[in-house]
Design a protein around this ligand. Sequence first.
Ligand code: GLC
Length: 452
Amino acid sequence: MKLVKTDKRRFSLKSTRTTTLVLATSALVLAACGTTSSTSSTSSGSTSQPSGSATSGNITWWASPIGQVGIRANLISHFEKAYPKIHVTLESAPTNTDTNRSQLVTEISGGSTSPDVFMGDVIWPAQFGAHGLAVPLSKYLPSSYFAKFAPGLVAGATYKNQVYGSPLFEDQGFLYYRKDLLAKANLPVPKTWQQLESESLTLEKDNLVKYGFVWEGDSYEGLTCDFMEYLTSAGGKVVNSSYTQAQLNSPAAFKALTFMRSLITSGASPQAVTTFQEPQAMAVFDAGNAAFLRNWDYAWSNSQNPADSKVVGDVGVAPLPTFAGQSYPGYSNIGGWNLYINPHSKNVAADLTFIKWMSSTEAQTILGKTYSEIPTVESVRQTLAASSSTPPPLRVAAQTRLVPRPAGTPNYPQLSTAIYTNVNGALSGSMSVSAALKAAQSQAQTALSGGL
Ligand code: GLC
């Protein structure tokens, strides 16, 4: 394996990357609105193209470091053992999904033949599909290939009846808490957002910890994820189901954003959360400086890595809280990453071999067991969930209530920008909650006017 560094914005912190339940199924189908497909109707099994049986060649793989930097090299070395004549060169991608996407879009739309395969966010299929930035995998892979994934994931990777991404791992939002601190203060694991806020203030007042609750409040995609969780628990939505009407200027959105801002003004969260992405929030928690953390499943493995963490053994994991009066748990946003092929790749047969291997039991087990990523292959997910030695988020995932982002439109990047820039404005205090929602609503409506 060779490593090529292309990442211009790497965080100095250890990790980067910065999302089966019936609920998950319907949620992901919603995410893929306009993409009603079942894979069977799309998998024509075109014979004029490679079928994925290549056993030799050289390919480049664009991937961000996922929770921990070593994961990509580990996967590549297992793959190269299985296919010794296929050589994979890693192109290290930016951790921030927005930067990652914009670099890729520039390269692919400029006709670059590299990377061959890229690890891309679950929110990309509509945009990449609509603009010819990814190969429709369902042209090459039969429906039997897609049948092994957990319910909803393939629908989420589908745009206009073509599957563009092969699900690699799923992310979900979780609440991480310090078991030792809650025990000292005799406090329960919070089940409501209000309780989380008041426990944070108690723990700070008792000088047990510097900060109560840390999360992702920077102006970027991760803030859309966090906002979706409060918004959905408050009973709100971003858009209607046909993607024609933004619904951001609602009482539920007002409740959600007012609460998020109050976390900062009350002191339960530091003002600095308005600049935190996943790595910064994790670093504060892993340094022992926060009682609670909202982050993805992979944050578990970071928190239990003695090289990076001072809180090994002290961390508990729970589903996210909800608002008082709503049924527990609250909503976790669905994230995750798929594998896609560059339409200009000259090595499609070897690309497909690599992609297929990444959905093997071997690869999926490495992702789940070693890096606490939720496997996308149902059988692996079930095997791991049944074992008590499996990382806790993979077991707690059985209790989460999921909500996808409204990524069924190719204009999702603009829609999400309308959300996170204005939500961040309200969090940092540069605009009022109502002004932020008014602006978000009007910018989201403009984004939607581009159509599906
Ligand atoms: C995680 C999720 C991804 C999301 C990103 C936001 O990487 O898997 O879906 O877009 O976080 O920061």
